[in-house]
Every structure is written in C-alpha cells, then in structure tokens.
Design a protein. Structure first.
Length: 380
C-alpha cells in the first residue's frame, strides 16, 4: 500500500518537541514501513532538517508550518492553509491518514475528490468538524467516547467509524528504577490551565497535613510555551507560587519537558503514582501519558472523563476521582492517601496497570491499522 500521513502544522516529525499524536503516529509509520508499505509523512519544516529525507523506511516531506497559537480561530486558519499545501503535494494513489481539521473535507469535495481512500484520526473530542466528513472512507476515533461524540455530530458516518486506540512502546517502558527516596507522585503532560494542576496542588496541601504518611514528593513535567501547547510562563509561575503558598516547597518540583523517548521512559519508571487531573471534558480523546505511566508500573489516578473507561477499571488497575465534584480535592486526596498508606495495594494495582497497558503496544495497533487500510483499499 501507498500511505500518506498528514501531521499538524506546528510540531515536527520525528518528534523533537513532544506531541502525543506525533510520537504515536511516527512509531506507527515506521512499523507500516517495516511491513513493506510505502509511507510518506507530511510534516512541518524544522531548522537544520532536510525538506526531503528517508528515515527507517519512511519518507518525510516537510512543508512550511507555523507555531501553535492560543487562539482557536487562528489555529483553524493555519490548519486550512496547511491542508492546501498537503493537498497539492499528495500523489493521487496514496491512502491518506489525516490529523488535520480541513484536509479531509478538501480531499472529499466533489468533483475534486482524492482518488485513493481518505481517512481522518480524531484524537480529541470533535468540535463540529464531523459534520463535514460525510464522504470520508474512514474515521478513526481514539476512544469510544470520541466515537460517540462523532456520531452525535453526524450519525451518517456510523458505517465508516472505527475505534483505533492511542498506542505506546510498551516494551521500552518496562523495568522499575531503583530509588530509595520518597514515593514519587507525578504528572507528565502539557502545563496548561485545562489540566487541573490546581487540584493536585490542593490535594498535596492536604496530604502534607497528614503526618502518618510515608515521605512523598510531587513532580510536574511538561512543556510550558504556548507554541508547544503549554499555558505560558505566567501560568507556570502561578502554579509554582500556589504550591509554595500551600506549604509544598520541599515536596514539589516543576521539571523541564523531556523530549527524548529513552529519557521519558526512564522518568516514567521512577514514578509510583501518576495523577492526571485534567478538566478538559471537551478535549481529551484518550491521553497517551497515563498509558505510558501504567506500562512503566505507576498507579494511575485519573479524572472521571468518559474516554478513560477505555483504559482502566477502577480499583482493578487504577483509580478514578470526580474532577467536577465540589469535593474533587477531597476525593483526589483520599485516592492518593490510600495508595501512600498501603504499599501492598499500590503494588497490586501497578501490576494490573502494567498488564492493561500491554494491549496498547504499537505493534498491536499497527496490525489493526494495516488490516483496516487493506480492507479500505480492496473496497475502493
């Protein structure tokens, strides 16, 4: 098969500045290439990188892009401009897998429809765009919750809708770090207001008042710059001040983002508890960070978002708290307290979490994708 992957306009691939979508689909592209498919990745130009090169069997075609902005309407315009560039560069016989808002619509317009099958990956809750996707050959949703929202927007796409989970390198995340320090409670992801970091800080203040608990520490790791999807320096300074005001100065640390896969895996292996207190009800599709943390042996404590029903069963391989409850901080505190106070329970949940995450391995999902793309090609 000839396969074209269109990434977003603002992050480079191979992933040098993070991005769960970029990391996941870069890995899937390499696995499709190993299976003797012709894979082309359309991604943004990047300083010092060639506009055209082949790495691990994947051809990279780099086009002028832009940094992400904090204004949705600007990002939509940039996405449209990017989509026009990709459309001009596509070969007519390439199966398209798009990570853009506008490109699927552009490629399925009559009478200028792309000749080969066209698909789109919806990694976050759709914001109305599925209404324009009625002529697509395939829509991949990263969770059942995203799929359900897509059907609300456009019930006619049901026969062409499939769930294709976000995936990880499960094997690279195995092995625990030998640490004799405090129990490490971590968050890895964009440092942004929608991620609910204040809930974790307020829970930390309550934990600090409990003198019966073993030593612990909270770390936040992730991008800060708006161009990288973060909330900006002012927001992170506010978070740091809130932690200081909560009396967490010696139990709290904000670390720089970790871009390299090997270094990120090593970081995950140090975590005992992974907290993802996101409030992004209209955003999260199925976050990669909790899956990676689970694979590395950390117990996940996640917001009660519909997408996480695809990931864990409460009290079997992780914990869920109601982030929208008036008692959200109390619920989060109780969940973490139980894990800190009971190491045996923590071990049981961590072991189950690791096995659950195995089902999200790149090789498993790549096989599912290859099979489905083959069926699309045969029926086109």
């Amino acid at each position: 098969m000839k396969i074209a992957l269109s990434f977003g306009f603002f992050l480079p691939v191979p992933p040098a500045r993070g991005g769960a979508t970029e990391k996941t689909w870069h890995a899937l592209a390499r696995r499709l290439a190993v299976r003797n498919h012709e894979v082309v990745a359309f991604t943004r130009t990047w300083p010092g990188w060639a506009d055209h090169e082949t790495l691990d069997g994947v051809r990279y075609h780099r086009l002028p892009g832009c940094d992400h902005t904090k204004r949705l309407w600007q990002n939509l315009i940039l996405d449209l401009l990017w989509s026009f560039r990709v459309r001009r560069a596509l070969a007519p016989d390439q199966i398209v897998i798009s990570h853009n808002i506008s490109l699927p619509w552009l490629l399925t317009r009559v009478p200028h429809r792309h000749r080969a099958p066209v698909s789109v990956v919806i990694g976050r809750m759709p914001k109305g765009q599925v209404r324009t996707y009625g002529r697509l050959d395939r829509i991949y949703a990263t969770s059942e919750a995203v799929a359900a929202r897509a059907l609300v927007e456009n019930p006619s796409v049901r026969p062409r809708l499939r769930t294709l989970r976000n995936s990880i390198d499960w094997h690279a995340l195995q092995g625990r770090a030998d640490t004799n320090g405090p129990v490490l409670i971590g968050y890895v992801g964009r440092l942004h207001p929608e991620k609910g970091l204040d809930l974790l800080i307020n829970a930390g203040a309550r934990l600090a008042a409990n003198t019966t608990l073993p030593p612990w520490k909270i770390i936040l790791v992730g991008p800060v710059r708006i161009a990288d999807g973060g909330g900006g320096e002012a927001f992170v300074e506010k978070v740091a001040q809130e932690a200081l005001n909560a009396g967490l100065s010696d139990r709290f640390e904000i670390l720089p983002p970790v871009w390299a896969a090997t270094e990120l895996a090593a970081l995950y292996r140090t975590l005992d508890i992974f907290v993802y207190p996101t409030r992004a009800v209209q955003g999260e599709g199925l976050s990669v960070a909790p899956i990676e943390a689970m694979a590395a042996g950390a117990v996940p404590v996640l917001s009660n978002l519909p997408c996480y029903a695809d990931l864990l069963t409460p009290d079997r391989d992780g914990l869920i708290f109601d982030h929208q409850s008036p008692a959200a901080v109390e619920e989060l505190t109780e969940a973490i307290t139980g894990l800190l106070a009971n190491p045996d329970r923590r071990t049981i949940l961590a072991t189950a979490a690791r096995e659950t995450a195995r089902h999200f391995d790149y090789d498993t999902v790549a096989q599912e994708l290859e099979t489905d793309l083959g069926s699309l090609l045969r029926s086109s």
